[in-house]
Design a protein around this ligand. Structure first.
Ligand code: XMP
Length: 318
């Protein structure tokens, strides 16, 4: 029978045999799969694993700094690369959801390739591909490899894609990946994390993206996600987040009329993201979130809750 401990033992032995003392590059995303893949490889080859964690400027508030610290705490040889300005610059003025995704995919590849070149004589590219990614070939949750494939069928591959590929989680389902992670003592803050899209907040800011909008949405999202944790609701929800809408609406403050932004909160139950139901969050909780967001985030004067299920409404608004 399959057990996480036995899987770790046999996989570590296999990775040692296969890789020897060659160098491996791995892109960390902060998510479950890449983290578990990294820790497995770290057990097998230690400092010969070179992890790269890119900040695209579209992550949750403080996520880059906090997760980078966690990775270092796990002993991983990780380089954090803050490329926020490069992503924001490339996205300037773009409102089309698919074009935003393409830009983010392209810039990610450029940044990752630059960093990969700095690791001298690397021979392998490790990926946190899991079984559902293999069978769907392009997974619903995308990830760097899916993006890379769709953008490089013409014009030649970036150099890191010419490396030999190692995918230690390729035969596992998500719940098995989590069990493997637990057996290696990876914390629940990584293993229990909600899914988060690769293009990040870019597809939750409807319309064009500016640093100011990102900052507003990070604050709103932070209040909502922290609220879910504080109220013991986080683990009852499959995925949650906030959308910054491209409309202003009228409000009053004292004697003044305001004309400010509206945000939509979304929380769904799902097993695989293919279908999803909106979560019946307690009114008291929604009331507290609405008050906190409107009082604490300048520029937002209205909060709505999305009560649409998938299909037809997708989880993300873009
Ligand atoms: P939708 O919005 O299609 O989302 O119902 C289903 C799941 O996929 C995630 N998602 C993405 N993940 N790149 C990603 O890595 C993307 O472009 C992307 N679009 C949606 C979404 O967060 C949900 O978990």
């Amino acid at each position: 029978t399959w057990t996480p401990d036995a899987f770790v033992d046999s996989t570590v032995a296999e990775l040692k045999r296969k890789i020897g003392d060659e160098k491996v590059i791995l892109g960390l995303s902060g998510g479950v799969d890449s983290t578990v893949a990294a820790v497995l490889l770290h057990k097998a080859i230690g400092k010969h694993l070179h992890c790269i964690f890119v900040n695209n400027g579209l992550l949750r508030k403080n996520e880059f700094e906090e997760v980078l610290e966690q990775y270092k705490g796990m002993g991983l040889n990780v380089k954090g690369v803050d490329a926020s300005a490069r992503f924001l610059d490339a996205l300037k003025g773009e409102s089309d959801p698919e074009k935003k995704r393409k830009i983010i995919g392209r810039v990610f590849i450029e940044v990752f390739d630059d960093e990969a070149h700095k690791v001298e004589d690397a021979k392998w590219l490790a990926q946190g591909t899991i079984y559902p990614d293999v069978i769907e070939s392009v997974s619903a949750t995308g990830g760097p490899s899916a993006t890379i494939k769709s953008h490089h069928n013409v014009g030649g591959l970036p150099d890191f894609m010419k490396l030999k590929v190692v995918e230690p989680l390729k035969m596992l389902f998500k719940d098995e990946v989590r069990r493997v992670g637990r057996s290696m003592d990876i914390g629940e803050e990584r293993l229990g994390r909600h899914p988060f899209p690769g293009p990040g907040l870019a597809i939750r800011i409807l319309g064009d993206i500016t640093a100011e909008k990102v900052a507003i949405l990070q604050e709103v999202d932070h209040i909502f996600i922290k609220g879910l944790r504080d109220w013991g609701l986080y683990d009852k929800v499959w995925q949650a987040g906030a959308m910054l809408l491209p409309v202003n609406s009228v409000g009053v403050m004292g004697d003044e009329r305001t004309y400010e932004k509206c945000v939509a909160l979304r929380a769904v139950e799902s097993t695989d993201g293919m279908t999803a139901d909106w979560v019946n969050l307690p009114y008291e909780f929604l009331q507290k979130m609405s008050n906190d967001i409107i009082n604490k985030v300048p520029g937002v004067n209205r909060v709505v809750y999305d009560i649409s299920s998938k299909p037809p409404a997708t989880i993300e608004w873009e």
